[in-house]
Design a protein around this ligand. Structure first.
Ligand code: HEM
Length: 552
């Protein structure tokens, strides 16, 4: 025994053993890599690290470079001790997405992530929609939330709400003295900052029928002079609402942190332990606040007269669906329909409320900024858009906007599509296989992760004529068939975005409200869009000059 110890701890021998260990590890790694089942082209990974590209934040950029080198289907590895377990298959051609984006809820790619202990800890893999891996529960939640989001009453309320909030935002601009005092009635502002607050107030109000005061709080950061006005707005209440809004964002940060940080790193590293604790505190605080909101609303519903029309916000609709306050409710004893016909639990309502808030705020705010950016660069498109608006609203810049009006704005719809084709707000779609399968002649095991490369597909020369050209008319021309799954800015298949109709309505309403009354230019016309890219392309800033039109 002593002899063995002496041999091992003798410095030259010790180094030699380490060398042997590393060599064995590397050899077995590459042996496993080069003899892997069903190989696909792709860059060779490094032990422990995987492919360096996967650490680069701008995934759409490196994925397009790898597409050029390896073709429309390639594989990369994202690191870890047993790297070959973290295989990612990137798909960059619409014709290869048929199975992945199948519309059937029982398709072979029902999950967005592989099993994930971190998301389990966040209680997200068996509730809600976005990360729910329990297919029955996901389908139940999705069916109910879609029913709410598509209800004409809800969509009409959303149009009204967008209009009212826009008027509020204009009042803030005016109060700041920009519009009233400036001779040319011109203001300069960072549009993305205003739009984030705008969408926060909008989605919060549509979800809970209460105010989040994000626009007012933002206005107050400029309004340092007018202290009396600030105090009359009840600072304490505003602080609480600001906390709520910030925590909803942190909830998203928490999801990504728990999803991507292995348990061992979360528990061993002191900085991560602290972060885990802080994020879990955020989640606990939010849970208690949302549950408070839910219980208050339940009491209001119980107290309401049976004939009284209830508010059309998401919370009320989720709490009443499949109850006797639901106008479409039919009591069923049919065993197969029983799951669908039950009301939602408080926990389910809570999770859906978070997800709607998380899914609907930044996405729509960013997309609107990209629309504005493109319209400033293409005056002929802007002109054509104004003509379409004039046909519907006439010259009255204050005429009320209705849901029916917005549905007639086809060219505005085409602009949104074309902007989102060139600058998709969400750049990757995730799918995971439930069973072994085959795509493009390659066989895959169950639990394989697929990453659908949205920018590459939306610019693919075999799907689009002159893919680099900004041309909204390509969506007006019925002759020109857009290949299936070539436009994926809202995703596709069974997990397609559920807020799509709502987002399009809100974007069109914002286009009308801004452009019929104002001329909008970029402060710096020569610069490109400033954005950072992870899964969501976040607009970093968009300084614009907004000028009241002379005839206003
Ligand atoms: C312009 C705005 C928006 C964009 C660009 C956008 C984009 C997307 C994309 C790309 C997906 C993934 C779809 C897939 O994997 O195939 C998605 C999913 C989702 N979106 Fe949106 N979205 C927007 C607005 C909204 C709004 C307003 C809401 C809610 C009110 C919302 C709620 C959701 C939800 C809940 C999912 C998950 C669906 C599922 O997993 O079944 N989104 N969205």
């Amino acid at each position: 025994m002593t002899l063995i110890k002496e041999f091992i701890f003798d410095p030259p021998n010790f180094l030699y053993l380490i060398f042997i260990f590393v060599l064995t590890y590397i050899s077995q790694f590459y042996f496993r890599y080069f003899t892997r089942q069903h190989p696909i082209p792709g860059p060779i990974p490094f032990p422990l690290i995987g492919n360096f590209e996967t650490y680069h934040p701008n995934s759409s950029q490196w994925a397009r470079e790898l597409q050029k080198k390896y073709g429309d289907i390639f594989e990369v590895y994202s690191g870890g001790l047993f790297t070959l377990n973290n295989r990612q298959i990137w798909i960059s051609n619409a014709s290869l997405t048929d199975k992945l984006l199948s519309p059937y809820t029982n398709n072979n790619f029902p999950y967005r992530t592989t099993e994930n202990e971190g998301l389990d800890k966040m209680d997200m893999t068996s509730k809600g929609i976005v990360f729910n891996r329990n297919v029955n529960s996901w389908a139940y939640n999705r069916r109910i939330v879609v029913q709410v989001l598509m209800a004409p009453k809800f969509l009409k309320t959303a149009v009204k709400n967008t209009e009212e909030l826009f008027f509020e935002m204009e009042k803030h601009w005016e109060k700041l003295g920009y519009l009233n005092d400036a001779k040319e009635q011109e203001i300069e502002l960072d549009l993305v900052n205003w739009m984030r607050r705008f969408m926060t107030d909008s989605v919060f109000n549509l979800t809970t029928n209460t105010k989040s005061y994000a626009l007012l709080n933002y206005f107050n950061t400029f309004n340092t002079l007018n202290k009396d006005e600030r105090e009359s707005n009840n600072d304490h209440f505003l602080r609480e609402s600001e906390k709520f809004v910030n925590y909803i964002r942190l909830h998203f940060v928490a999801c990504i942190f728990f999803k991507d940080t292995p348990k061992i790193l979360r528990t061993i590293l002191p900085a991560n332990r602290k972060k885990s604790r802080e994020l879990l505190d955020v989640v606990a605080w939010l849970n208690s606040k949302v549950l408070e909101l839910i219980r208050e609303r339940k009491k209001e519903i119980e107290k309401a007269d049976p004939d009284e029309e209830l508010s059309a916000d998401m919370l009320t609709l989720l709490l009443t669906i499949n109850t006797n306050r639901d106008p479409k409710y039919v009591k069923t004893t049919d065993k197969d329909n029983l799951i669908d016909a039950r009301p939602m639990s408080e926990d389910e309502v809570r999770e859906n409320v978070y997800e709607i808030m998380g899914g609907g705020i930044d996405t729509t705010a960013n997309t609107f900024c990209y629309v504005v950016y493109y319209l400033t660069h293409y005056p002929e498109v802007r002109q054509k858009m104004l003509q379409e608006m004039e046909k519907i609203f006439g010259k009255d810049m204050n005429r009320e906007i209705t849901y029916e009006d917005l549905n007639k704005l086809n060219y505005c719809g085409a602009i949104i599509k074309e902007v989102s084709r060139l600058m998709p707000t969400v750049s990757v779609l995730f799918r995971v296989s439930a069973k072994p399968d085959e795509i493009a002649g390659y066989k895959f095991l169950a639990n394989t992760q697929f990453f659908i490369n949205v920018p590459a597909i939306q610019m693919h020369p075999s799907h689009w004529n002159q893919p680099e050209k900004f041309d909204p008319d390509r969506f007006m021309d019925s002759e020109q068939q857009i290949p299936k799954n070539a436009l994926l800015h809202f995703g596709g298949g069974a997990r397609v975005c559920m807020g799509k109709q709502l987002a399009i309505l809100q974007l069109k309403a914002l286009m009308v409200l801004l452009y019929r009354k104002y001329d909008v230019e970029l402060v710096d016309m020569s610069g490109g869009i400033k954005y950072s890219s992870t899964v969501v392309n976040h607009c970093e800033e968009l300084p614009v000059k907004i000028k009241v039109k002379h005839s206003a």
